[in-house]
Design a protein around this ligand. Structure first.
Ligand code: ZN
Length: 449
């Protein structure tokens, strides 16, 4: 196995990237390739030859995963092609994780999710900490066993829910360097939610990707408040990294069993601050970065400048996680920019509200994401659909489209039957898994550049 490590100096290699350590000669089964100085210079070969290989040189070759050789013989970092689960699965990138907030995708069970070819799900730290709580998850040795799910699982930090509750409880004063103070709804119980609590609970969940706690920058915050949230985000990120590294060591996790640890970039609409936050998080060393805050412009359009700045200032081998993204055309744009991990409530929530996503193409083979209107919505809310015997989409192979027609779906929604929500959710999830299948070659091409 080969791990790629970017670092400012060899001494910090031991602390960087999932707690990897410098192997001695050829005795370790893990070979490390170190990138020194500015990662954009990619002085890998020089570093390898002079500093690492030493008296027992093991030269990396072009066959090594993650390394590319140019015509001068220099080695380059490559974008990751797969998302590795801690259970040993490789999921091709890009990957979309629908939100199974409380360890369930509403109306579906885990076998339903599998039938949609959904590669993984996102679970919510705050909600699972409340119900069923850590002891039940621990009994099951993680959330995957709890819900009998064998695919990928990622978790959030719990920060978003906690921050929302904290603002109701005591406004902005609830957030301090120690953590976020909030009151559990319906009780008088006050809790201080800390970076340590977030990491500890995510480790208990045994998810494949863990996200650090961050301090949300309000998009309308003034400059000093923006700066304050960025500083706190960086200080919490450092703390989370330390706790994560210790936790992996105490569990004696080998590199293949360690979850990815992702930092979160804050800074609101201030691109300079976003850049600085990105660089300082990269210095701490993570497996990837996501953006915090909702990058929307005043007109409600997605602000692509924010992910662009983060992507441009991250090492190429980083996972780039678009938190809460999004609409199909937004995902397409983000993948073109090199982003590779996504989660969103849209496909499942929209399904329960009668909004089904359909490709405008006639078959799966004919789907062309380059077309501006490659998808549309189908809303079975009109009387005429009682007489429509066609499937919801001919460019879909889900249970709903293969077995039932629009007329029956219209009927199920009309009588308020739960099966309507189930079938529509199955369809929307398959729409998103087809989207990922179509985007994989686009992303692979990007990786080969
Ligand atoms: Zn379908």
């Amino acid at each position: 196995m080969v791990k790629l490590v970017y670092t400012q100096d060899l001494k910090s290699c031991a602390l960087n990237k999932r707690g990897g350590s410098i192997p001695s000669g050829g005795t370790s089964s893990v070979k490390y390739i170190y990138f020194i100085g500015d990662w954009r210079n990619w002085l890998a070969r020089t570093v390898w030859d002079r500093e690492v290989a030493g008296s027992n040189p093991v030269s990396p070759t072009t066959s090594v995963a993650g390394v590319k050789k140019n015509n001068k013989g220099d080695h380059f970092l490559m974008k990751p092609t797969d998302f590795k689960t801690i259970t040993g699965k490789s999921i091709p990138l890009p990957v979309f994780f629908p939100d199974a907030t409380r360890a369930v995708l509403k109306t579906l069970d885990s076998s339903d999710i599998e039938s949609t070819k959904t590669a993984g799900i996102l679970v919510n730290t705050f909600h699972l900490n409340n119900f069923p709580g850590g002891s039940v998850i621990k009994e099951h040795k993680g959330v995957r066993n709890f819900m009998s799910w064998s695919g990928g699982v990622i978790s959030d930090s719990g920060g978003f829910q906690v921050m929302s509750l904290a603002k109701q409880f005591n406004g902005k004063d609830s957030v301090s360097d120690a953590g976020v103070k909030f009151k559990i709804p319906g009780t008088s119980k006050k809790i201080l939610f800390t970076p340590k609590m977030s990491i500890d609970f995510q480790m208990l969940l045994k998810t494949d990707m863990i996200v650090v706690l961050d301090d949300f920058t309000d998009l309308d915050a003034n400059e000093s408040r923006q700066r304050e949230t960025v500083e706190r985000t960086i200080s919490w990120a450092k703390e989370c990294k330390k706790i994560f590294t210790k936790s992996c060591e105490s569990r004696k996790l080998d590199p293949t069993k360690k979850p990815y640890l992702l930092g979160v970039v804050q800074g609101g609409h201030n691109l300079q601050l976003r850049k600085e936050c990105t660089e300082r998080l990269v210095e701490i060393g993570f497996d990837g970065l996501g953006y915090g805050g909702w990058p929307m412009k005043d007109d409600g359009q997605f602000n692509y400048d924010i992910p662009r700045v983060i992507g441009e200032n991250s090492p190429p081998d980083y996972l780039l996680y678009g938190l809460g993204v999004g609409k199909p055309h937004e995902i397409v744009e983000m993948v073109k920019m090199g982003w590779n991990v996504f989660d969103c409530v849209l496909p499942t929530r929209d399904a329960r509200h009668k909004r089904l996503y359909t490709y405008t193409a006639k078959s799966i083979n004919e789907i062309d994401l380059r077309q501006k209107d490659f998808y549309q919505y189908f809303v079975p809310d009109k009387e005429k659909y009682y007489h429509d015997h066609s499937p919801v989409s001919s460019a879909c192979d889900c249970l709903l489209c293969q077995r039932y027609d629009r007329s029956y779906l219209r009927h199920l929604f009309q009588i308020g039957e739960m099966t309507a929500g189930r079938l529509a959710t199955i369809h929307n999830l398959r729409f998103y898994s087809i989207l990922m299948e179509k985007l994989q070659p686009v992303y692979t091409q990007l990786c080969q550049k």
